[in-house]
Design a protein around this ligand. Sequence first.
Ligand code: ZN
Length: 309
Amino acid sequence: MLDQIKGLHHVTSMAKDARQNNVFFTEKLGLRRVKKTVNFDAPDVYHLYYADELGTPGSVMTYFPFPNIGKGRPGVGEVGTTVFAVPEGSLGYWKERFEKQGVADLEPETSFGENRLHFSGPDGDGFALVEAKDDRAPWAKGGVPTDQAIRGFHSASLRLRDGGATEELLKFMGYENVDQSGNVKRLAIKGGNGADIIDIETLPGANFADLGAGSVHHIAFAVENRARQLEVRKALMDTGYQVTPVIDRDYFWAIYFRTPGGVLFEVATNEPGFDRDEDTAHLGEALKLPSQHAHLRDYLEKHLQPLGN
Ligand code: ZN
């Protein structure tokens, strides 16, 4: 069993409209946009990062807004719900806030003994807030009082036709079974960064998801540094997984592999972080370009949709 993985690093999803996406995460959820850059493989598409003040791993929600993308169709083989932690007693505030803001599909519920509020993102993205004891510091300037503000990810759920092999993989990665409720198994990692839980929801007869706007593209797990990442890569490959080479993503190094249930996993380093090319006081403000796309700056600044803030 591996001990290098420290919980979630980031979750990356797809959206249709960049401006709407930016408004939702900064003005409705009160997260900080910590980076405005572009997709390495499609530089005319943004890559937007929303997180706590510094983009701490375990708090980082990222988006590729593709203007012409169709809507995703939920199913198995994907991340179902991405869950953010909020302080105990704060869901009343959030429900009222979301009602005022017209956030869709509000649904309070209790799950694993925790109070949750389900809601949808602008493209039908499956989200929830959960009340949790969590000592991570929130972004204090996002327009949400710090007594209520989002602390980071609490968990993510994987919707799978057969959860068995993915459960084994997660255990290999260092997760342990901690609870079960109906068709959902809860796994958690000890000594993680706070974003420590993965729920596996098994839906044997369900159709596979069609990825599109509102779908999670991949989910990334955190390791401290590149040495730990290489250890994880070797261990996964020795177990038979096909893992990509290490890829420099400017703010972290990444490896990717497809899991038995169909979900794309990434393992990302905590180094070098989002302040490598911007002062922490101004994270996310300027358009940052990967060096290979720097020559496109004039074109991109004219053609990328203005975000509004
Ligand atoms: Zn990623």
